[in-house]
Ligand binder design. Sequence first.
Ligand code: GSH
Length: 106
Amino acid sequence: MNLYYYETLNPRKACAVARYLNLPVEFVRVDLTRGEQKTPEFLALNPNGKVPVLRDGDWSVWEANAIMCYLSDEAKAMPRNKCFISKLSVGAEKWCGSIRDGKRRL
Ligand SMILES: N[C@@H](CCC(=O)N[C@@H](CS)C(=O)NCC(=O)O)C(=O)O
């Protein structure tokens, strides 16, 4: 899994959870000051052009909350290994976050 980040609040949350759960995540720095979040390559990962983004195989997750839920599922971190957050609800969280950002892209 690749976690695209910059040293700002939202990516920091996702990075902290990935580290805390000790998951095999490779951290990829996206320099927001150089506009790297608006390149075609990055927009293919997240059409909103924001970090954090988690890439897991063909699956791309954005929105810090959605990423933290996804990582939690990956680590089976919920009590009794009950995963309440399915890929479907991660998608819903991603969608809600996109609306909060004023866009409706999923
Ligand atoms: N709702 C999103 C917000 C993500 C966000 O605003 N990321 C900022 C950094 S903290 C960003 O990538 N800004 C770059 C830009 O807007 O061009 C989340 O929770 O992940």
